[in-house]
Structure formats: C-alpha cells, structure tokens
Design a protein around this ligand. Structure first.
Ligand code: GCU
Length: 682
C-alpha cells in the first residue's frame, strides 16, 4: 500500500515557521493541547533548521497564552520583527498556530494586518457512521466510500490506532472540536461500546484530546433492554432513568471530557420513545438529565419519518415529517439537548430547499447537519466539491433578505422571530427546563474518511472535509477562497497550471453534478439501496417517499397549500408565498414544490423538457473537459495521486453520460417534446 497521504498537513506547509526562531510561552506540562503546540513547533524547527527560542531569546514567532473567559480567541500581530500569537487558552493557541501555518510567509511580513480570530460556531462536529461489526448490507462504514473504518476492524476497536492519531491532528488543525465515534444506526455490537467497550472509547478519546476534540457516542434508545436487561426503555420509568445515569457516570469515570450522546430515534427502524406513548422531548430529556451532572450534551436527530407509511398516498408527504414531529415540541427540550436537523426536508440531496424546522423552533438549540460523505453526490467517485452548496444553505435568509440566516440560527446569534420578545440574544426564553439556556450550537457533518491511503477515496474529496471544517468555523467565509486555501496547503509545491486545474475541476462541480442528475430540485432518481447511478423511477413505486410523479403530462411534486401537500405552509413569510407561487418559485426548486407540464417554461426561458436536454448534455460534456484538463498535469503531481484521480474522473465521465442518456430519453419518451437543439436521444 502506498504511504498515507498527509491531506492538508504535508511537512512543507510548516517550512515558513520551521526555518525561524519560535518561542512557545506556555507551560505545556499537564495540558495535552499545549503539548501538541509545543511538539508541532519542535518538529517543524528540527525539520527546517529553525530554533526553539528560550525565554530571553529574540524570536520571529512567539506563541503565548493569556487566559480569558469566554470563547476561544486568538490574535496575530506583527511588531518589531516578531509575530506574536496571543490566545485565550490551549485550544485557541492550537488554532493560532495553524492560522500562522495557513498564512505561510505572509505571517512574517512586516505589513501583516492584526488579526482577531474566534470561531462563529461553538460546536464543530463530525459524525462517523462507522460500524464496529461489518453490517451485511451497509458494510463497515454506512455510506462510506473510502475503504474501512479507521476506528474499527474485525469486530472491535483496532489495536493500531495510528490513523486515528493522524486524523485527530488534521481535524484539530482546522478547528473541529467534536467527533461522533459510531453509526447513528446502532446495532448490538455498537451498543456495547457504552458498557464493555468503555476502555476502547477511552483509548480513542485519548487520541482526540490533544487536538482539542471531544468524543461522542451514538446510543440506542433501547439500550436499557438490549444491553441492560431491563424490561422497558420507557423514558419515564425510574429504573430506565437510573440505568442511563449509571451509564453516564461510567463513561465519565474513564473519559472525563466525554462530549455526550448522538441519537437517532423512531426513524428508519431505530427504537425510540413512541413505543411508550412518549414524545421526542421526553426521550431527549431522559438522556440529557443523565449527562447533565457531567456537562454532557445530547444530539437528538430530527431526521424522523415513518418509513412504513405508504407515501404513495398523495395526501402525505415525507418532506413534512420533521416539522410535524418537532415544531410542536419547541421549548420542551432541556438546555443540554441540541436538535440536529438535516439541512433539507428530505435527505441530503444535491438540491433541496432548507428545512423549515430551522426556522420553526426559536426556543430550541439547533445544529444543522450536512453530509460530507457523498452519498447522493457521486459517492467520492465523482469530483463534487460541496462548498458552494453549504455556503448557500448557511447564508439562506430564513425570514427574507437581510434577516437571520441558517448559520445565525445554528450559531445562536441574535433573536429569532417567534421567540418571546425582550430576551437576550443567545438566551432561550420561556418557562420550562430550557429557560435561560444558551442557544448556541453549530454545525455537524457526516465524515467522508476511511482507511484508504488518500483518506477519502477520491483524493479531491479531501476538499469537502476541509471546507466543511472551515465553514463550521466561519460560515460567512468565501468558499472559493477556502478551495484555494485547500489547494495551497495540500499541494504546496504545485505550479500554477496544477493549481488552476484543481480549481477548475472543482469550483463549479456541484452545479455540474446537479446538471447531469435529478433536475430542478426533484431529487433522488438514484438506484435504490446503494444510491449510486441513475434510475429515474427507482424509488417512485417504493414505500420510501414520493419523489417525482412523472407521467406523459408532467413532473414534480405539488407541495403547495392550494392544491398539494401543504408543505409550503411550513415556511415563514416570505418563503411560504415565494415557493407557493409558480411565478416566484426559483427554477432550481421548481419540481420540489410544483407539478408542471413538460412544456412549462422556466424563468430561464426554456421548457422543463428542454432544460433537461440542455443541462444533461452540457453537464456530461463538462466532465470530459475536466478529465482532459487533469490529463495535462500528469507528471506534475505525485503519480499515485494522479492515477487515482484519473481513474475517478473516467468513471465520472461514464456515469455522467449514463445519467444524461437515461434522463434525456425518459423525458423524451414521456413528453414527446423534441430537443430543439437537435441532439440525438436514444
Ligand atoms: C440516509 C442514509 C442512511 C442513514 C440516514 C440517516 O437515509 O441513506 O444510511 O442512516 O440517512 O441520516 O440516519
């Protein structure tokens, strides 16, 4: 096997710092994060010929801690030939060190502008859908496209966790501060992580701790029965409460900085409080109260729908489910519960409207969940950089232009319409257990790494992991600037043509993917089960939802209040009206909200049918241009990396044409409308 790729931390990025005199003005003894800072600096100066300056020596770079209450913050300032990083604590110093690494030589320029840096989100989390046992259908990593788990092999936690140590270092360098260690679908073996597995959880936590990262476990709501041998897991049963309290005490005895639990309940077969006639607030608060004495948090997922319901009945709509379940519970969650909401109402599609739940729960801490692993966006065989998608979601103004955004809600910034008037920004109002609680939460994403030598299968998918972390730090950051930052760090010796090729292949790749897959926000059309490749009707006649309703007359799901499922009514103004009305509904969400004839003319001026013909042919053609562009930089990036990307781009070209052919032919056969540009349709 080839050596493990260093992602965005190749040795070379430490050169500007490593060839200078650096002083770490902080006593690292007893603080594992400060020890990381000291060790990084020591390794860099040893490698590149610099020195570790003593207390009285002149230094080019000084890293120092000046303790202060409040969130992690650091400043970088240049004066009299010295760059000084002042941090409010150990984690902040680690962030400051990597800020200097990212600045490179610019960190030592005399005209460096002073920087004050603090994360916008308190919580920046990656969830791993890793199974301890290999699942017969989902494999070792559910929706994983990069080999096996870095945590588990052979039905247990690995003996050799060196990849985890490298991963923790990478994540710490970009400010990730929480990691979920196991799949949200908790099977029998994973449930035992909470009991017999605790020594192994402690081993994993010990590898993340020096990088400022706390670990979380996904737990099964039925664990009191399946693991504890109790007759019930009813959240109001005192024995069940005592059982969870004891589990929490046991975890904190071996992992004192344990983060808490992640829970998927009453969804897709996972057990939950409904079995006892209780609701999600009862369920979440049960676990929150067990964790509270130790400072832990429950991440309760809002991805809840009844997969046994027959969604082909047009009066129902899976998109409505999360809002219908959760919005009535606003104000009932304890303040150490975070409701984890997928960004869209369906399931991580390339294009969805933002979830109306995000606007509907002013008295609840909310984290927004994104999918870095590319389940529905090409499975790390297609180069699809999701930075622009995430940025658009995070900047979406939930109550109209100029108002609070998705990112504001996640970060707990400012008042949210609907909250009781007169409350302090950042503080939950109202009575009940949530009163007075901070509403800060943040962003969560499903990770895309595995034990693959390039970590992510497609080497360019590393850009998604990097971009997520940096957007979690600052959701307002310009994604294209982050893409260039990733290129610079990952390929520090690349020439301009390599840099330009990487940028060109990725910058518009989300749009390209959307162009050759499901059109105009309709979603899915993937092969059932594994979700790779086109199958236009694949899900249409299954009980998992209703997706496009295409026939010879038209396509799309009528989610209007006037004639459809009423989903538009889950949005506040102005969106409830913008989406309701064909005249104002944006083209790229048209088929999510409306059923229209194939001949319906879009705002762009072409019919729905012609739009499919054009975007699919053009999108597939762009993948060919990308493959050609990459071929031209052979020999200028490492051969193994070039080879892997080449092979993936070839598969993307093949798959994009398959999508294009299937979609164009489907639309042509159903609509009978010819392609105005005269292309052959098979
Ligand atoms: C998707 C995905 C599942 C996953 C689920 C979830 O439906 O296909 O594998 O379990 O999301 O987020 O819980």
């Amino acid at each position: 096997m080839s050596a493990v790729h260093p992602m965005w931390l190749p040795d070379d990025v430490f050169r500007p710092l490593g060839r200078r005199a650096v002083r770490v003005d902080a006593d690292a003894s007893g603080d594992p994060v400060l020890a990381t800072v000291r060790d990084e600096v020591a390794a860099a100066v040893t490698r590149f010929g610099g020195t570790l300056a003593g207390p009285d020596d002149r230094a080019d770079l000084v890293l120092t801690v000046e303790p202060a209450d409040g969130p992690d913050t650091h400043t970088v300032a240049r004066s009299a030939g010295t760059t000084t990083v002042r941090a409010t604590g150990a984690r902040a110093l680690l962030h400051g060190l990597h800020d200097v690494v990212r600045l490179g030589e610019r960190a030592f320029a005399d005209d460096l502008a002073e920087r004050h840096v603090a994360p916008v989100n308190e919580l920046r989390m990656l969830d791993h859908w890793d199974n301890v046992d290999v699942h017969p259908v989902m494999g070792q990593v559910e929706r994983g496209y990069a080999g096996g788990s870095i945590f588990y092999a052979d039905g247990r936690v690995r003996d050799d966790l060196s990849r985890v140590a490298q991963y923790a270092r990478l994540l710490g360098s970009v400010g990730i501060n929480a990691v979920g260690l196991n799949n949200v679908n908790v099977h029998r073996t994973e449930a035992r992580l909470l009991t017999d597995g605790l020594p192994d959880v402690a081993r994993l936590a010990a590898l993340f701790r020096p990088h400022g990262i706390r670990v979380f476990l996904s737990v099964s709501f039925a664990a009191p029965i399946t693991v504890g041998g109790l007759p019930t897991s009813d959240p109001l049963d005192p024995d069940v409460q005592a059982w969870w309290a004891q589990r929490a005490a046991d975890v904190y005895a071996v992992v004192p900085d344990f983060g808490g639990f992640v829970v998927k309940a009453d969804s897709e077969g996972q057990p939950g409080p409904f079995a006892y006639g209780r609701d999600h607030a009862d369920g979440a608060n049960l676990l929150a109260r067990a964790l509270r004495p130790f400072g832990g948090t429950v991440f309760w997922r809002a991805f809840v729908y009844d997969h046994r319901q027959d969604w082909r009945d047009r009066s129902t709509d899976r998109a409505r489910a999360a809002f219908d379940h959760f919005s009535p519970l606003d104000g009932r969650f304890d303040d150490n519960v975070v409701l984890q909401v997928k960004y869209g109402p369906m399931d991580f599609q390339a294009r969805e409207p933002v979830s109306p739940v995000i606007a509907a729960m002013p008295r609840t801490r909310l984290a927004v969940e994104l999918q870095v692993t590319q389940e529905y966006t090409g499975q790390q065989r297609h180069a699809v950089w999701l930075g622009p998608q995430w940025s658009q979601i995070l900047r979406f103004p939930l109550w109209g232009e100029g108002g609070r955004t998705v990112a504001d809600v996640a970060a707990g910034l400012g008042d949210r319409p609907g909250a009781d008037p007169g409350t302090d920004p950042g503080t939950a109002p109202g009575a009940g257990p949530g009163a007075g609680a901070p509403r800060r939460a943040g962003l969560v994403a499903v990770s895309n790494v595995g034990d693959d030598a390039f970590w992510t299968g497609h080497p360019l998918a590393q850009a998604n992991l990097y971009t997520f972390a940096r957007l979690a730090w600052d959701p307002e950051a310009d994604p294209l600037a982050l893409l260039d930052e990733w290129v610079t760090l990952t390929f520090p010796s690349a020439d301009d043509e390599v840099r330009a090729a990487l940028h060109a292949i990725l910058d518009d790749s989300w749009r390209t993917y959307e162009d050759y897959t499901a059109p105009l926000g309709v979603g899915f059309m993937v092969r059932p089960g594994h979700h790779y490749g086109p199958d236009v009707d694949g899900y249409e006649y299954t009980p998992w939802g209703t997706y496009h309703f295409a026939d010879r007359d038209g396509i799309g799901v009528d989610r209007t209040r006037a004639t459809g499922t009423g989903f538009t009514g889950q949005y506040p103004a102005p969106w409830r009206d913008v989406y309701e009305d064909l005249a104002t509904c944006p083209d790229d969400l048209l088929l999510f909200f409306h059923h229209v004839p194939w001949s319906h003319v879009l705002h762009s001026g072409v019919s729905v049918a012609q739009h499919v013909y054009d975007t699919h042919a053009d999108g597939a053609a762009r993948t060919e241009a990308n493959a050609a562009r990459w071929a031209r930089v052979a020999g200028r990036v490492p051969d193994d990396l070039h080879g892997r990307v080449t092979e993936r781009l070839a598969e993307q070209v093949r798959s994009a044409h398959e999508w294009s052919d299937q979609l164009r032919s489907y639309v042509h056969r159903h609509s009978g409308i010819p392609d105005a540009r005269g292309r052959t349709i098979h």
